[in-house]
Design a protein around this ligand. Structure first.
Ligand code: NAP
Ligand code: MG
Length: 401
């Protein structure tokens, strides 16, 4: 068989720990034997980010703007312990945060469903697609510690630095902490439009929740922008398709989601999306079964897995033990990128290959071959699940492929 050729490259962002190991194996076992892979490679592994003063992350994001399609491996977001472990120059920011900021995109996360993997919430029959606003809030915050006797203010200045307004956050009568967060109308608006566009494309309703009763200016702004854009630009088309947009408080949404049968797009503010996507992924089966894509308002795509670098498995791998780490979400990052590249370049063979690889992966699981994380939740009549290690699982998919 001739290998499938590619016209334009995919921006490839390598990562850290166990997912970096899987990254290499997925390419070796499932992609390179079939595709004449063309990528523009950026090493976002922590040592290289440290060596380049994180410039490699910015270069990778800029390359995504240029080429339109990227695939990203999970990366470590350093904390104090990582600074020590990797002897870092400083505590570099989250690469995902940096990329999201540059692309100003929205992250959509959807569970990968396979027969036999039943959700923990038995009522969930269809995927809940989670849209995470990828800009601002605590991910670009300024924080400080405040000592007893000090005061913190929120001060707004004009472009010459002249004070316009000042409000007291707190007069500290004991030691404490303070945080400043921001967001932009334009970013919230493009988030709203991305969600409504996704909903139209996939014919699903949009639910959005924030805490406008408590956050009367900040969260209320999200609510107003969503409502305005929906009523002015989308309502008619939603009515035609029989789908709806609902805004209600975030706590109410959480309750409704649990009671629902799925099949909705849940729009979340940045932090809610971070937390709730892990909850939804786990409830559908495993973090390893959640796909993720960042879509920018001008149609640039970055595909990744929703989970992290699976550190605990990596430490076992380093000791020479085999691990049974689920590679499905990382495979989906690759198939998503290959299919999108094929779509943009009019490369049908590449799109077909991506679809076949996904099908082979699902059929492998449905026929009983899977990684350890899926075993406890697998329940399919007549099929006894077999636990494979990380590499065996990929080889089994290759057999089907
Ligand atoms: P994690 O890597 O997602 O792993 C948490 C736990 O979930 C694992 O220990 C494992 O449980 C299970 N798990 C996650 N993915 C799995 C998979 N593919 N197959 C099997 N089990 C899986 O989260 P973390 O341990 O909190 O974070 C580790 C590092 O990843 C951190 O440095 C963090 O900064 C980074 N991170 C990166 C991204 C990203 O780049 N998108 C996202 C989140 C976190 P068991 O150990 O019980 O098997
Ligand atoms: Mg998270």
């Amino acid at each position: 068989m001739d290998k499938i050729r590619m016209t334009n490259p995919i921006v490839e962002m390598d990562g850290d720990e166990m997912t970096r190991v899987l990254w290499g194996w997925i390419k070796e076992i499932l992609i390179e034997p079939y595709v004449e892979l063309r990528t523009e490679y950026y090493d976002l592994g922590l040592p290289e980010r440290d060596r380049t003063d994180d410039k490699v992350t910015i270069a990778a994001a800029e390359a995504t703007k240029k080429w339109g399609v990227a695939v990203k491996c999970a990366t470590i977001t350093p904390n104090a312990q990582r600074v020590e472990e990797y002897k870092l120059k400083k505590m570099w920011k989250s690469p995902n945060g940096t990329i999201r900021r540059i692309l100003d995109g929205t992250v959509f996360r959807a569970p990968i469903l396979a027969k036999g993997i039943t959700p923990y919430v038995p009522g969930w029959k269809k995927p809940i697609v989670l849209a995470r606003h990828a800009y601002g809030d605590i991910y670009n915050s300024v924080e400080d510690r405040v000592e007893k006797g000090q005061s913190a203010y929120l001060v707004i200045c004009d472009k010459d630095g002249k004070e316009v307004r000042r409000s007291c956050i707190h007069d500290f009568t004991s030691d404490g902490i303070v945080q400043g967060v921001h967001n932009l109308d334009a970013s919230i608006a493009s988030f709203a439009r991305s969600c409504f566009n996704y909903a139209l494309e996939h014919k699903i309703s949009v639910w959005f929740g924030a805490k406008d009763t408590i956050s009367k200016t900040y969260d209320h702004r999200f609510k107003d922008i969503f409502n305005e854009i929906f009523n002015e630009e989308y309502k008619a088309r939603f009515d035609e398709l029989g789908i709806e947009f609902m805004y209600t408080l975030i706590d109410d949404i959480v309750a409704r989601i649990v009671r629902s049968e799925g099949g909705v797009l849940w729009a979340c503010k940045n932090y809610d999306g971070d937390v709730m996507s892990d909850m939804v992924a786990t409830a559908y089966g495993s973090l390893g079964m959640m796909s993720s894509v960042l879509v920018s308002p001008d149609g640039k795509y970055e595909f990744e897995a929703a989970h992290g670098t699976v550190t605990r498995h990596y430490y076992r791998h380093l000791k020479g033990e085999t691990t049974s780490t689920n590679s499905v979400a990382t495979i989906w990052a690759w198939t998503g990128a290959l299919a999108k590249r094929g779509e943009l370049d009019g490369n049908t063979a590449l799109c077909d290959f991506a679809a076949k690889l996904e099908k082979a992966t699902i059929e492998t699981i449905e026929s009983g071959y899977m990684t350890g994380d899926l075993i406890p939740m697998f329940n399919r009549e007549g099929v006894t699940p077999v636990k494979l290690d990380s590499r065996q699982f990929l080889k089994k998919i290759a057999e089907k492929l």
